[in-house]
Design a protein around this ligand. Structure first.
Ligand SMILES: [Zn+2]
Length: 203
């Protein structure tokens, strides 16, 4: 069994490689598939692809822990779980660079720190915009929330479709993959875990 490593930390590599060099690589691939680079419709394609890639992989230049650093004190005393459901995910698998699309559900039980709801979705976004495996993505989101907010527990579920599986290879169009990661009370206390699972299964 392959170990799921908890790292795909940014390496500052992108800064060293110019946009022009990356566009050259796209040109090579366009020619390699059998296309004519001079064709009208393809003239700006390498530029557009690089621009799109910057968006797909913008998570390397962002620090998810920093997003959670601003917390609220006025909701002090709230001690039940906060469940944020159906956070849409667009990521790319690290094996084929093919799209992964789906939803994430994130829950935590605050101990002292309560964070803005949009920040949970932003953490999901930052880790999604990197080359990923679904297992690691799930784990990174959970561990970051746990480390920064130090809540009583964190639960993360991702339900996603992998284009490397639906559009190629075994071509199972309707397959989705579900991954879970539980920490703290969600791991140790099944009543919390079961309530969370009930909430996320409700439409
Ligand atoms: Zn893949």
């Amino acid at each position: 069994m392959k170990l799921v490593k908890d790292t795909n930390q940014p390496k500052e590599k992108r800064q060293q490689i110019s946009d022009e060099k990356a566009e050259e690589a796209i040109k090579t691939i366009i020619e390699w598939v059998g296309e004519d680079l001079e064709r009208e419709g393809l003239k700006s394609t390498p530029k557009r692809v690089i621009k799109a890639f910057k968006e797909y992989f913008k998570g390397y230049s962002q620090d998810p822990a920093e997003l959670l650093s601003k917390t609220f004190t006025e909701v002090e005393g709230y001690d039940d779980m906060v469940v944020e459901k159906n956070i849409s995910i667009q990521s790319h698998c690290e094996h084929h660079m093919a799209p992964i699309t789906g939803v994430a559900h994130v829950a935590y039980i605050p101990s002292k720190k309560v964070v803005g709801l949009s920040k949970l979705a932003r953490v999901v976004e930052v880790f999604s915009k990197r080359l990923q495996t679904q297992e690691r993505l799930t784990m990174q989101i959970a561990k970051t929330i746990m480390n920064v907010l130090q809540p009583r527990g964190v639960a993360v579920t991702i339900d996603a479709s992998h284009q490397c599986m639906t559009n190629r290879g075994v071509k199972k169009e309707d397959t989705t993959t579900i991954t879970n990661y539980f920490l703290g009370a969600f791991k140790d206390d099944l009543s919390f875990q079961n309530r969370y699972l009930r909430y996320i299964n409700k439409d």
